[in-house]
Design a protein around this ligand. Structure first.
Ligand code: DQA
Length: 148
């Protein structure tokens, strides 16, 4: 499952000097192309609402195998989102378009990263593509370990 947090629906017109010109539709199209190549299915969801993201994470229980998430501003504020990710206990990869550690100090802390397997940031739309590859590799290596 791919989750996009608040304001990411405005990519393309939102602060292009920071986020570039890429739209969320383009990112989703690139993710779907990569998913085809990797032979995985994607459920993609964007919301500007913390509760809606949490509800979608709860619905993933028993339905999805892993979560690729850009929590956007909730990265830095939402204990509830972090708790939801921890509660469902699915493998999580966190991504950001920008390198949050080179930006304002309030972006330097991610509340969600400690419950993720890993974090990829700073590569624009490619952060999502590296993130999907990382998540699929992680899931496949876990599958292999279970079979052994
Ligand atoms: C972001 C970084 C966050 O700090 C910011 O609030 C966003 C986007 C990124 O992808 O670079 O909305 O998650």
């Amino acid at each position: 499952m791919v989750l996009h947090g608040p304001n990411l629906n405005l990519l393309g017109e939102r602060e292009p000097q920071i986020y570039g010109g890429v739209t969320l539709d383009t990112i989703n199209r690139e993710l779907r192309n990569l998913a085809d190549e990797l032979q995985v299915e994607l459920a993609i969801f964007q919301s500007n609402h913390e509760g809606a993201l949490i509800d979608r994470i709860h619905q993933a229980r028993g339905a999805e195998q892993g979560i690729l998430i850009n929590p956007a501003a909730y990265t830095h504020t939402s204990v509830a989102l972090r708790d939801a990710l921890a509660a469902v206990a699915l493998p999580v990869v966190e991504v950001h378009l920008t390198n949050i550690y080179t930006r304002e100090s309030f972006r330097h802390q991610s509340l969600t990263a400690p419950v993720a397997a890993g974090l990829i940031c700073g590569f624009g739309a490619d952060s999502y593509l590296w993130g999907l590859r990382a998540l699929v590799r992680l899931l496949r290596s876990e599958e292999k370990a279970v079979k052994k």
